[in-house]
Design a protein around this ligand. Structure first.
Ligand code: AMP
Length: 276
């Protein structure tokens, strides 16, 4: 695997290779099998797979979260080598941002729904960094996880609005055997939190199993109640939405997804499940 830390070097390398197709997997690092499943999917369809590891400060609304974000770069490099990733882009913050850069993209209601309500500014930071990374890597295909469902919709909207020539592929959520969605933040869970965290996937599955026999508003309320019954769990939202707009679902919505976020101990987790 080739590792680059500057824009100039990675651009030069990719243009010299002139591959038929480049697949790109942007990450914040602290890699787990969820990330590696994206690399594997990208490898199936591309000549060159580029992974970026960049803890993007502009998407963190909580400075403590940014400070505590795990950065095990040596272990990450070993995992990427093992997965057969071809190129790692691992820039410093100063390589990506000039001081006091301004960015705003009007992505409509998507910005303030769900995660947007609880993480103000988060999706502006996400679109800002993904725009820059796409401009550097110029991939044919961008691979992102369903784990961050709203992020996928936000980036799709940006790609559409700015007419960026990239295809987007959504990869399924990788879970631990007991159902917990893999996340870089799971290492912050104490053994007790780790057990309590199972209530997220259990509740999502319960809602899916009961979807046809209940009305949507009641289901959302029951799901919130179920989450609250678990020790150490403070739910922020549980919503059943139209999978395309992320506005409240109705029974006619073609795609329906349930999304939730909760604090488990001190750790904030998100999860979701396609209901239809
Ligand atoms: P992150 O490093 O958390 O920004 O994630 C980088 C990419 O990996 C994003 O597209 C995520 O949606 C995806 N991802 C994170 N967790 C998982 C998972 N458990 N399964 C599949 N993809 C994931």
């Amino acid at each position: 695997m080739k590792t680059f830390t500057t824009r100039r070097e990675i651009r030069e390398y990719l243009s010299a290779q002139s591959p038929a197709t480049v697949g790109f997997v942007p990450t914040l690092g602290a890699l787990h099998n969820g990330h590696l499943s994206l690399i594997a999917q990208a490898k199936k369809a591309n000549d060159i797979v580029v992974c970026s590891i960049f803890v993007n400060p502009t998407q963190f609304n909580d400075p403590k979260d940014l400070e505590n974000y795990p950065r095990p770069i040596e272990a990450d490099i070993a995992k990427l080598e093992q997965a057969g990733c071809h190129v790692l882009f691992n820039p410093a913050v100063s390589e990506i941002y000039d001081n006091n850069e301004q960015w705003h993209l009007d992505i409509g209601p998507l910005e303030h729904l769900l995660e947007g309500e609880f993480r103000p500014g988060h999706y502006q930071g996400v679109t800002q960094v993904v725009y820059k990374l796409l401009d550097i890597v110029k991939p044919n295909t961008l691979y992102m996880g369903q784990k961050d469902y709203q992020q996928f919709m936000v980036v799709s909207r940006m790609v559409e609005l700015l007419d960026i020539p990239v295809k987007m592929v959504m990869c399924p959520i990788e879970r631990e055997p007991d159902g917990l969605a893999m996340s870089s933040r799971n290492i912050h869970l104490s053994p007790a939190d780790r057990q309590h965290a199972l209530i997220l996937s259990k509740t999502l599955n319960w809602v899916k199993a009961n979807f046809d026999s209940n009305n949507i508003t009641d289901l959302q309320q029951q799901a919130m109640d179920l989450l609250k019954t678990e020790d150490g769990v403070q739910p922020e939202y549980f919503e059943i939405v139209d999978g395309k707009t992320l506005l409240p679902a109705d029974r006619n919505s073609e795609t329906i997804v349930a999304l939730t976020a909760a604090r488990v101990g001190k750790t904030r987790l998100i999860d979701n499940l396609l209901i239809r």
